[in-house]
Design a protein around this ligand. Structure first.
Ligand code: PAF
Length: 254
């Protein structure tokens, strides 16, 4: 099983040893509820680096909805079994007070892309993501950090932040992993009812096959999805939909 670390001080002591020995550290930040999509991030880190560190932290500042935060799946024991299988060495699982010793007094804010797409529907979400990723990258001191392309906007914002603040960690993108029926893997899929789960793959199918964003929206609504947005930009089609209380996002290359 991977070694679980709860404090920043503990990780810093271990990190100093790895750096002194010249070992490359690969870092995979997560909110837990791990699935095969995360497994590919761990595998990429394992391929590139001598030490693989993951974090499991359900970050309160990126939730714009208390229900969503309270119902976000938390299952560290199960997560550790998957990380063990993927040969993750260390898991950083801090408390909220360890990560936010000053509460929310300080934050990282991006004023353009973070207000579009998902940001337009989840006010403050990307400020919370960027703030916690900045903290995690500063703590991890990793050579590389791995992010999935399902959260494409998050990936672009994290890259932009690393460039803007001259952070030394290389950000490595990893492709979307899908279920056999096309549904992008996500921790939130576990919350879908059997009926919602049966409908969910149509989200990806419609994004792929609709002639344009407006027809994709119409088709999704007709199929029973609540549509936050569908937008074509930078040769990708981006979408976010709701099935009951569960919000799904996806993107496809056009
Ligand atoms: O993609 C996620 O799981 C989260 O947004 C992240 C990057 C771990 C920050 O909390």
């Amino acid at each position: 099983m991977p070694q679980i670390i709860h404090s920043i001080a503990e990780w810093r002591t271990l990190l100093a040893g790895h750096k002194a020995a010249g070992r490359r550290v690969g870092f995979v930040p997560t909110m837990g509820a791990l699935h095969e999509g995360h497994a590919t991030l761990f595998a990429a880190a394992r391929r590139d680096c001598e030490v693989v560190l993951a974090s499991v932290f359900v970050n309160p500042t990126q939730f714009d909805d208390a229900w969503d935060f309270n119902h976000y799946p938390r299952m560290l024991d199960q997560d550790c079994a998957l990380m063990d299988r993927e040969r993750v060495d260390l898991v950083f699982a801090p408390s909220v007070s360890e990560m936010y010793p000053n509460g929310t007094r300080y934050a990282v804010v991006e004023r353009e892309l973070s207000r579009e797409l998902c940001g337009a529907h989840r006010p403050g979400h990307f400020d919370g993501v960027l703030t916690v990723v900045m903290k995690l990258l500063m703590i991890a001191g990793a050579d590389r950090a791995y992010f999935g392309e399902k959260d494409y906007q998050q990936l672009q914002l994290v890259r932009g932040m690393c460039e803007a603040f001259f952070l030394p960690t290389e950000i490595v993108p990893c492709p979307i992993i899908r279920e056999a029926d096309g549904l992008a893997m996500s921790s939130r899929n576990a919350r879908l009812s059997p009926q919602e789960r049966a409908l969910a793959p149509s989200f990806n199918r419609i994004l792929r096959t609709a002639l344009d964003a407006a027809s994709a929206r119409q088709e999704l609504e007709a199929a029973g999805f609540g549509v936050d947005y569908v937008e074509d930009r930078e040769s990708h089609r981006f979408g976010a939909v709701k099935l009951g209380n569960t919000r799904l996002i996806d993107n496809v290359a056009l």
